[in-house]
Design a protein around this ligand. Structure first.
Ligand code: IPM
Ligand code: MG
Length: 368
């Protein structure tokens, strides 16, 4: 049987630096655990634009459809700010999400014990936090038509459309309920049903799917603005939050920061099952390309490494190996190894991106 396959799209900014550490870890699994992946690499984002004049070449898109999963670093940078909207680096990522139909984006926000002091919130509010935001990723205002900048009379008007079909809501709701069943069995759905028809439909469909298929799961509904407030007030009240594309974008950044650093958080974007029964999938850190620190060896590779751990769990059925890697990360943090983003006001001497990767490899060795 062929080895499981991974397409690496490291992208721009700190993407290639943090991905280099993931490649070391893939090498470790090959050498020490006999788990061999067929790894190929390609371009996405600004670097793809530089080479091909498009942020995602059709050949790359075809490869992404063909592998067991895609690992993505980050896209974008100031160099590309003035490009036409249609070829901006972000369009490459959005095309991958849309064409692979990755409708369910899992964004865990987990507070590592060693970093509880580091959150901008009080320690007791965040210590032990472990929630997942399930963000709808292929519809809503990100993709709705009509969209564009038009002229009406003597002025311009910018238009985007929030649009959700029943089946789009139903499938992401199911994935949230399924996830909750494997966790603490609680889902909170967030929308703006007080202002938006799409929010009214969202609430109805989530409730219907719950009542018909998941009555055992505890379901609540919240307006997304109140949800943002509750996330800051007492985030531990949540287990799984399910929400639309735009609210999920905002709420997941807020939830991420509760844990102390955006540099820590992975994500999985999952679609329908492929022939092998595993979902179509793309894994990426929640953080961006951080052009201000790119190329300096300062970036924290943990979010990207934990994204690979999610790939082990969801795409390769290697849950135990995923836990091994997550525990290695926890050990390194408990030992006080810190990249610059984890230094805190009291300071200290940060380690480089690659030293963090090496420390995690050492912890993996120690786990054997
Ligand atoms: C994210 C990012 C993207 C988004 C950008 C880079 C297009 O903010 O993954 O959260 O808005 O979805
Ligand atoms: Mg975002």
């Amino acid at each position: 049987m062929a080895n499981p396959s991974i397409l690496i799209l490291a992208g721009d900014g700190i993407g290639p630096e943090v991905m280099a550490e993931v490649k070391k870890i893939i090498g470790w699994y090959d050498a020490k655990r006999g788990i061999t992946f067929d790894v190929s690499e390609d371009l996405v984002g600004g670097c793809a634009y530089d080479k091909h004049g498009t942020p995602l070449h059709d050949d790359t898109m075809a490869k992404a459809q063909d592998v067991d999963c895609v690992l993505l670093g980050a896209v974008g940078g100031p160099k590309y700010d003035s490009l036409d909207f249609s070829v901006k680096p972000e369009r490459g990522l959005l095309r991958l999400r849309k064409e692979m139909d990755l409708y369910s984006n899992l964004r865990p926000a987990q507070c590592f014990d060693a970093l509880a002091d580091f959150s901008s919130l009080k320690k007791e509010v965040v210590a032990g936090l472990d929630i997942v935001i399930v963000r709808e990723l292929t519809s809503g205002v990100y993709f709705g038509e009509p969209r564009g900048i038009f002229t009406e009379g003597n002025e311009r008007v910018g238009i985007n459309t929030q649009r959700y079909t029943e089946s789009e809501i139903a499938r992401v709701a199911r994935s949230a309920f399924e996830l909750a069943r494997r966790r603490n069995n609680k889902v909170c759905s967030m929308e703006k049903a007080n202002v938006m028809e799409s929010g009214i439909l969202w609430r109805q469909v989530v409730q219907e799917i719950h009542d018909k298929e998941y009555p055992d799961v505890e379901l609540s509904h919240m307006y997304a603005d109140a949800g943002a407030m509750q996330l800051c007030r007492w985030p531990k009240q949540f287990d799984v939050i399910v929400t639309d594309n735009l609210f999920g974008d905002l709420l997941s950044d807020a939830a991420a920061m509760l844990t102390g650093s955006l540099g820590m958080l992975p994500s999985a974007s999952l679609g329908a099952p492929m022939a092998n029964g595993r979902p179509k999938a793309l894994y990426e850190p929640v953080h961006g390309s951080a052009p201000d620190i790119a190329g300096q060896g300062k970036a924290n590779p943990i979010a990207c490494i934990l994204s690979f751990a999610m790939a082990l769990r969801y795409s390769f059925d290697l849950g135990e190996e995923a836990t091994r890697l997550e525990q290695a990360v926890e050990k390194v943090l408990a030992d006080g190894v810190r990249t610059a983003d984890l230094m805190g006001p009291e300071g200290g001497v940060p380690v480089s991106t690659s030293a963090m990767g090496d420390a995690i490899i050492a912890a993996l060795d120690a786990s054997l």
